[in-house]
Design a protein around this ligand. Structure first.
Ligand SMILES: Cc1cc2nc3c(=O)[nH]c(=O)nc-3n(C[C@H](O)[C@H](O)[C@H](O)COP(=O)(O)OP(=O)(O)OC[C@H]3O[C@@H](n4cnc5c(N)ncnc54)[C@H](O)[C@@H]3O)c2cc1C
Length: 389
C-alpha cells in the first residue's frame, strides 16, 4: 500500500466468519492485524443456518474437486473448536448430529438411493464409522419426531450443526485476545499503479497487505484488484422457531432435495430455511411472502412443527461466486488477498480457508486445496452446474 498513517501489517476488510477467521489466524502467526467492519444489514454470517455437512445435494456437489474441499473443511471443525478453548463448543452450539435426507416421490427415492451409494463409496463405513441407513415410518419418526412419516429417509453420519453467528463471536474474542484491533467503518479500496489504497470512512488506513473479506459487497473491490470471477448477493431468508417438546439438542439435520432444511439447536430452538433470491441492490429486508414459503416448506416435511412458536426471522446476503467455488488467495495486486465467494457454504468453508489464506499471506505452507480456490483461476468448469446452489 502507499504512504499514510500505518495501522498494522495487514488490514482485513469485513468481519464475517471469513474476515474474522483470517484475522485470528494471522494474529496467531505473529502478524499485527486491523479488522474493519461496516456493520451492514444482511451480514450472511448472522443469518447462516449452520449446516456443516459433507453431503451437498446440488448436482455440482458431486464434483470430486468440491468434495475434496468440503471434506477437508468438515474434518477441520472439531479441532478448530478444541483449539478455541473449553467453552467454544458450548458457545457455538456445535455438535455432530448426523443428517436425514428425505424423499417424497419416486424420483427423489431414486436420488436417495444414488446418494446412499455415493456416500458409502466416498467413505466406506460412513463419515463417523456408520454406513448410510434407510429409515421409514416409525424408525424415521424415532430419529425425527415431527417429520412426515410418509417420507423415506436416509441417515448419513458425520454432519454437524453450528451457530455461525456465535462461532464468529468466539473467533472474534480469540482474535482480540491475540492482539487484533477492531475498527468500525466502511472501507473503500482504490488502485494506485500496482498497489492498493484503503480508506475507512474517508481516512487513509495503511498496512503492508490488504485482505478483502467483504462478503456479498465484494464485487467492485474484486474488479479493482483484477479478480476475474465476480461475486453476487444471493439473499436468504430464514426463520427461527421454538419447539421445546422436541429433543432439538441432538436432532439430525433434516434436508430435502428441493432445498428446504430444518435444524435443531440446543434449548428447543429450530431453524428452518431458506430462500435464494438475487439481490443486486443488497436489500436485506424480510418479506411476508418469502417467510410464508419458508414456513410452508418446513411444515410440509415436518408437520409436527405446526404449533412451534415463531421466535425471529433473519436475512443474509450469501456471497455467491460465478462458478460456485470460493475465491481465496492473492489477487492481481501483490499486496491484496481475497477471502470471499463462499455462497451457501461459508460457515463450513470459512474457518479452514481462513487458515489457508493466513498461511499464504505469511508465506507459510501451501494447503492442498489452495489451487481450487485461487481467485485468479480460470472459472471452474463443472459439468452439471455449480456446486453449493
Ligand atoms: C439463510 C442462509 C443460510 C445459510 N446456511 C449455511 C449453512 O447451513 N452452512 C454453511 O456453511 N453456510 C451457510 N450459509 C452461508 C454462509 O452464511 C456465508 O457463506 C458466510 O457467512 C459468508 O461469510 P463472509 O464473512 O464471507 O460474509 P459476511 O458474513 O456477509 O460478512 C461480510 C462483512 O463485510 C462487511 N463489509 C462489507 N462491505 C464492507 C466495507 N466496504 N467496509 C467494511 N466492511 C464491509 C459487512 O458489514 C459484513 O459484516 C448461509 C447463508 C444464509 C444467508
Amino acid at each position: 500500500m502507499t504512504a499514510g498513517r500505518r495501522v498494522a501489517d495487514v488490514v482485513v476488510l469485513g468481519a464475517g466468519i471469513s474476515g474474522t477467521s483470517v484475522a485470528l489466524r494471522l494474529a496467531e502467526r505473529g502478524v499485527a492485524v486491523t479488522l474493519v467492519d461496516a456493520g451492514l444489514p444482511g451480514r450472511a454470517t448472522t443469518a447462516g443456518a449452520g449446516i456443516i455437512s459433507p453431503f451437498g445435494l446440488a448436482p455440482g456437489d458431486t464434483d470430486p474437486r468440491w468434495t475434496r474441499l468440503v471434506d477437508a473443511a468438515v474434518a477441520r471443525y472439531p479441532g478448530l473448536l478444541r483449539d478455541l478453548g473449553d467453552d467454544a463448543t458450548t458457545r457455538a452450539d456445535y455438535a455432530i448430529v448426523d443428517e436425514v435426507v428425505v424423499a417424497a416421490d419416486e424420483e427423489e427415492r431414486g436420488a436417495l438411493a444414488a446418494l446412499a451409494a455415493r456416500a458409502a463409496e466416498r467413505d466406506p463405513g460412513g463419515a463417523a464409522g456408520e454406513a448410510p441407513v434407510f429409515l421409514e415410518g416409525r424408525e424415521l419418526r424415532e430419529r425425527w419426531p415431527a417429520v412426515d412419516p410418509d417420507l423415506q429417509g436416509l441417515l448419513l453420519a458425520g454432519t454437524a450443526r453450528v451457530d455461525g453467528h456465535a462461532l464468529t463471536a468466539v473467533l472474534l474474542d480469540a482474535a482480540v485476545r491475540s492482539g487484533v484491533e477492531v475498527v468500525p467503518g466502511r472501507a473503500e479500496l482504490r488502485r494506485a499503479g500496482s498497489r492498493a489504497i484503503v480508506e475507512v470512512d474517508g481516512a487513509p488506513v495503511v498496512a503492508d497487505t490488504v485482505v478483502i473479506a467483504t462478503g456479498a459487497w465484494s464485487a467492485s473491490m474484486l474488479t479493482t484488484v483484477g479478480v476475474p470471477t465476480s461475486v453476487t448477493a444471493d439473499r436468504g431468508q430464514i426463520v427461527h422457531l421454538a419447539a421445546r417438546w422436541l429433543p432439538t439438542e441432538r436432532l439430525p439435520v433434516l434436508k430435502t432435495f428441493a432445498g428446504p432444511y430444518v435444524i435443531g439447536f440446543s434449548g428447543g430452538r429450530i431453524v428452518a430455511g431458506a430462500t435464494h433470491e438475487t439481490s443486486p441492490d443488497h436489500d436485506a429486508e424480510v418479506r411476508a411472502g418469502d417467510q410464508r414459503t419458508v414456513l410452508q416448506d418446513a411444515l410440509r416435511v415436518a408437520p409436527g412443527l405446526t404449533t412451534a412458536r415463531i421466535v425471529e426471522t433473519r436475512v443474509g446476503l450469501r456471497p455467491a461466486s460465478a462458478d460456485g467455488f470460493p475465491l481465496v488467495g492473492r489477487s492481481r495486486l501483490d499486496d491484496v488477498f481475497v477471502a470471499t465467494g463462499f455462497g451457501s457454504w461459508g460457515l463450513t468453508l470459512g474457518p479452514l480457508l481462513g487458515e489457508v489464506l493466513a498461511d499464504q499471506v505469511v508465506g507459510g505452507p501451501v494447503h492442498p486445496v489452495a489451487d481450487l480456490v485461487d481467485p485468479l483461476r480460470v472459472p471452474v468448469a463443472v459439468p452439471e452446474g455449480a456446486p453449493g446452489e
